[in-house]
Ligand binder design. Sequence first.
Ligand SMILES: [Ca+2]
Ligand SMILES: [Ca+2]
Ligand SMILES: [Ca+2]
Length: 302
Amino acid sequence: MRLQDENTVVVEAKDGRVLWNQKFTQKIRESSIAMGDINGDGMNEVLIGTICGFKETGCIYCFPSSGRELWRFALGAEDVFGCPSNLYQAIQIAIRDLNLDGEIDIVVHGTNYPWFPSQIAILDERGQLISSYWHCGIVPMLSCVDINNDAIPEIVFGGTNNRLRFSAVVGILDYKTIHGQSPPYNDPVLPRAQEKTYIKFPFIKGLGGENRKFSGVREFSYMGKEYGREVYIAVVEDYREFRREFWLDANLTNVLRIVVPPDSRYLWQELKKKGIVDYDLTPEVIESWKEIEVWKNGVQVK
Ligand SMILES: [Ca+2]
Ligand SMILES: [Ca+2]
Ligand SMILES: [Ca+2]
């Protein structure tokens, strides 16, 4: 399966023979096509997510091996976080058995156009919505992995929260917690989500959300053990791709240390020459970035 152009998906047999192709009026991202046996009949289905047009929202389409459309699911909803647009673009599709019942679950991720809510939703094999989580900002990173090695997969996502002053955030959900709204939980309509963990990273004075310079989490991973302690790393990208690596403890509530890679240290000098920052990258400045905010199960714990 591959994208022939930005509107056309081609499905080929193992020998390269074209089985079928499908042209869409809307565009498609490489990350929003997926293939797998979603209904357990031994044959693969193809899932394709589209980018919205100016009037129609993006959809997730399911095609069986015959190439005839089986179902479609329209992304988004009206009026989420008071957003005037109900157009959503498919960003990503992931398939994985999240609740360990032996059946594949479909995770779809879409973002509002041109505004900010993101939708992370689970669909069943017939394209019916099981539940949606609404995030107040873009989510450029999302993966379905067992991040803490307890054999239960999590949905780990990273991005920006517009309602938390455009700060970099990372969130961890599982099958049971894909529901409701993200912090700061101030939408009067949607229920409060119960994220397993949700972290807001502090922005950098001069480069951060106070002047609408977006920060975002770009990577999140389990690093391994250091001195017998479990360590996770979140990579935060600030203005002009200035990067900070946050080393977090096993509970994801404390910053053990912050590493600024050499290329970002060089970039800091450039930003200083241009007058964008007017102070040095001292150990005290880096130490001041350790003040993260953390939510667990819908309650701010730090
Ligand atoms: Ca199938
Ligand atoms: Ca399942
Ligand atoms: Ca897990």
